[in-house]
Design a protein. Sequence first.
Length: 317
Amino acid sequence: MSLAHALTPHIAPVSFEGFSRDFPHFSNTLGGSFERFGFAVISDHGIPQARIDAAIAAAKTFFALPEAQKLKYKLPVGGQRGYTPFGVETAKGEVNYDLKEFWHVGRDLPPGHPYRSHMADNVWPDADVAEFHETVGWLYGALDAMGLKVLEAIAVYLGLDRHFFDPTVDFGNSILRLLHYPPVPFDGPHIRAAAHEDINVITLLLGAEEAGLEVLDRDGQWLAVNPPPGALVCNIGDMLQRLTNHRLPSTTHRVVNPAPERRGFARYSTPFFLHFNSDYLIKTLPNCVDASHPDRYPTPITANDYLQERLREIKLA
């Protein structure tokens, strides 16, 4: 191993088995990774790989459909449900759009719920991919449940009650994004996902069989994130960074274009963007403010107001 490689910071996997075996150690290790990198890699998460594979296979079937069929599922306003075509999403501050198309699944709300005023019903491509609804809907629920467990560890790491976050996200506008990055046959100004930070509370990422995810470290160095097969990548979003007064950083990351020998291969991944409830007031936690760390955000903002503001910046609202 070269000296340069030996000195490169490494995001070591944290086994989820520690959640039930030694929760304090698990919380401290996971929280330490988040505080250092804004990212963590969770191995042994227990989500059945066969069911993950089934959801990804359904997504691949959908993305292989003719464009006209896919566009039937594009909603007329916004991009928070259904299909968003290639060439739309553009990272904040960027001119060139990302090289991706995607599908969004959101939370199913009960009849009469007040959040229905701004959280649309899901659409499903039942006529074109019969297994999509069942397999992808299951994956949404599995990642939503895993997100709550990660938040338990984060709460304890921050010195909060273990279930502090439970009532703040139970009806959050959380989104499962099924991503398809097509092959990249030539060089150009566009990349698969330009440098950005996530808007939400935490993101949980499965899939990503092809390399490309990179994280910007404190010294300006881009670190490749290549998790072990089947592992879960998790990162802090801007909402949690704001709530914790940047104790837990929302780290800039990107998905770079493939090496020449992999240009003919598509990339698929399934990030789950966990959100606060729409009316949750993001107000800096008192125990994250002191003389050395004054409050960066003295004016609170609701989660939905913050979300809408940011969606407009990336052309999804």
